[in-house]
Each structure stands twice: as structure tokens, then as C-alpha cells.
Ligand binder design. Structure first.
Ligand code: SAH
Length: 348
């Protein structure tokens, strides 16, 4: 059986032709799905014979909501979702003045091994398909009853390690028959897989690229992120410059600030040197503390000092506002606590 959400409208039209059905049915079916009708039998304008055929070929891969946590501090909502094969992922909905944003997962787990991140502690199980990513948006949008206008690929997983599915997903999210979320409203965050950054640049997409930099020298970056053994900061910056040249888009550099690790004045100054002539923006993220590791948040005073150094050199910088601090909203934390309690219940 095929997940119908993994098909584009063109794919479904082709299936209709191959199965001696009228092409226009494809659009009707997608219209139902995007109206949150997720059972072929409820699609009233589709003839019974076609509904039966559809049921033999396809399923509508909507994950089950295992948990939905709402923050008491802000309006952040976090979902723990279970796919048909029993795998669970999480996604987070954040409400801002400019619209509603969803942070989706691109893989089940992650293999990148960043030392501060909870998503990677159990490794990667598998990639998510484009339809499975799309379904995160569908489920969340239905649950909150409001339109989601922005997507960030910043949940569990490394999007550029699942490149083809991610590109497909972006195209589906853009599609006129679907959510119509423009590329400008989509941000992709990567730990820096250079060949894929180049490929993305050559596509000249209008998405925002966010790079998880987190350190301004290779020795330090290697101690935080294994990917730094494969690609140096110099190579990464060159790839980013290529991306900017091709797309004319400003890049966001994410920098998770960790007490006594990368929060010194010298770190800020090195960062300035590295990025000062680039079309970019730095997003400082006071590290989300994860029980399993030793990375701790700097004091607010140190965060402010670090910020002041960057801005005094004219680098546009923001400090990420913590959202959903009371609901395990950091990458992978909810899934991890779910997996742990499940193991305990099963006596593993
Ligand atoms: N794999 C991608 C996207 C997922 S992680 C990437 O590396 O960019 C999304 C962002 O959250 C990345 O910048 C990641 O480094 C950061 N992150 C992960 N765990 C974190 C933590 N405990 N505190 C702060 N930022 C974290």
C-alpha cells in the first residue's frame, strides 16, 4: 500500500489515467484531504467504485496524536505523533504576531551526533517521507483550528541527510492545491552538509537557510558537532557564500550559547571575523538544557554581553526567545522521554 500523501497532484493524475479513471478526480481527492477529510468513504463526490479502488491501493498516512502539550507560559503546543509503523516523532507549533509557525521533524531520530542535542541520543531509525512530513502540518493545523503560515525544518533529524524527500516536501507545501506556503515562509536548518548546500544553492530556491554553526573555530566545533570532522568552518563558510551568491538570500547562523564552552569574548570576536562581510544574521540560542549532557546555559548577563559584541560590529543578531520551556520543547526531548517511559513499562 502507498501513502497517498507521498504523491503529488501530477502523480495522482497519472495513477487515474493508468487506472482508467478521470484525471479531475485527483484534484477532488486532494481537496478533501486538505479539508481534513481523511477517509476515502467520506469523500462524497467520489463514486463508490473509485473509492474502493483507492482503498485497495492507498492509505491516507495521518499519524495518531499520542500527546498534545500546551505551554502555560506562551501559546506553544507540542505534539507527539505516532506513524502507522509505531515510530514516534514530535513537532511544535509556535504562535507569533506575524503568524503561526510549525517546527517539523525530518527523520525519526538523527545520526549527526551533536553533543548538546537530545534528538540524536538514540541514533536514527529512518527517514521520513515527504507525505509523513506533510502530515505533521495537517494534523497540527486541524488540532489548532488555525492556518499555519510558516514551516521550519528544525525538529528532529538532519534535513540534508534526507534531501530528496525534503525537497519533495517543500514542493508539496508550496503547491497551489495544498497549503500554498511560499518558499519565503520555509526555513531549513542544517548542521552543514556541504555538497547538499551546494545542490540546494543551484536549485535557487527561495527558502531561508539556517546553518547550525555553534562555534567559531574548528577545534571547538569538533568537540560539539561530529560533522565538523568532515567539513571545516572555512569550507562551510565558502559554501554559504556560494549559496548567497546563487540565491541572493540572507543566511541565518544559529549559535547555541553554552556556558564556559563558546560564550567567551574571544568566541564572539572570532565569530565577527568569520561573518562580518556576509549577508547574514546570527540567531543566538541559549542552550536548552538536556539532562543527559553537561551543557548549561550562560547567565543572562553573559548572553547580553555576547550579543552586544556582535551588534557593536554591525552584525545583525537576535537572541532566540525561549518557547514552551515548560513542555520539553527542545529538539527531541519529548520523544526521548516517551521512549524511556515506554521501555520502563515494557520492563526493557
Ligand atoms: N539537524 C538540523 C536541524 C535540527 S536541530 C541542524 O543541525 O540544524 C535544530 C537546531 O536546534 C540546530 O541549530 C541545533 O543545533 C539546535 N539544537 C539542538 N539541540 C539543542 C539544544 N539542546 N539547545 C539549543 N539548541 C539545540
Amino acid at each position: 500500500m502507498t501513502n497517498i500523501l507521498d504523491l503529488s497532484l501530477e502523480d495522482l493524475k497519472l495513477w487515474m489515467r493508468e487506472n482508467r479513471e478521470s484525471e479531475f478526480r485527483a484534484k477532488q481527492i486532494f481537496d478533501w484531504i486538505y479539508k481534513n477529510v481523511w477517509d476515502f468513504d467520506d469523500m462524497r463526490n467520489i463514486p463508490l467504485s473509485l473509492r474502493q479502488k483507492l482503498q485497495n491501493y492507498f492509505y491516507i498516512g495521518i499519524p495518531k496524536i499520542l500527546q498534545c502539550l500546551k505551554s502555560n507560559l506562551d501559546e506553544t503546543e507540542k505534539f507527539l505523533l505516532e506513524y502507522a509503523d509505531g515510530n514516534v516523532i514530535e513537532c511544535v507549533v509556535m504562535k507569533y504576531k506575524h503568524g503561526i509557525s510549525i517546527c517539523i521533524s525530518t527523520q525519526i531520530g538523527c545520526k549527526m551526533g551533536c553533543k548538546f542535542c537530545a534528538s540524536t541520543l538514540e541514533g536514527v531509525v529512518r527517514n521520513l517521507t515527504a507525505g509523513e512530513m506533510l502530515a505533521q502540518v495537517m494534523v497540527a493545523q486541524k488540532k489548532i483550528g488555525q492556518r499555519i503560515s510558516n514551516i521550519v525544518l528544525m525538529g528532529s533529524g538532519e534535513p540534508l541527510d534526507n534531501y530528496d524527500n525534503v525537497i519533495k516536501f517543500i514542493n508539496y507545501a508550496n503547491a497551489d492545491y495544498g497549503f500554498k506556503i511560499g518558499q519565503r515562509h520555509i526555513t531549513l536548518s542544517t548542521c552543514g552538509i556541504i555538497p547538499k548546500i551546494i545542490e540546494l544553492a543551484d536549485k535557487k530556491m527561495q527558502i531561508t537557510l539556517a546553518i547550525s554553526l555553534h562555534a567559531s573555530n574548528d577545534t571547538l566545533r569538533k568537540s560539539m558537532m561530529p560533522i565538523a570532522y568532515k567539513y571545516s568552518i572555512k569550507e562551510l563558510i565558502e559554501a554559504c557564500k556560494y549559496y548567497i551568491e546563487k540565491t541572493n538570500k540572507r543566511i541565518t547562523f544559529e549559535y547555541a550559547l553554552v556556558k564556559d564552552v563558546n560564550d567567551r569574548r574571544e568566541d564572539a570576536e572570532m565569530l565577527v571575523k568569520l561573518l562580518k562581510d556576509m549577508l547574514c544574521h546570527i540567531n543566538l540560542i541559549p542552550v536548552n538544557e538536556v539532562r543527559e549532557n553537561k551543557f548549561r546555559k550562560p547567565s543572562s548577563e553573559n548572553i547580553k554581553t555576547f550579543y552586544n559584541i556582535l551588534t557593536s560590529f554591525g552584525i545583525e543578531t537576535t537572541i532566540r526567545k525561549e518557547m514552551g520551556a515548560d513542555i520539553n520543547a527542545a529538539c527531541g526531548q519529548l520523544r526521548r522521554s516517551y521512549l524511556k517511559s515506554n521501555k520502563q513499562n515494557k520492563g526493557v
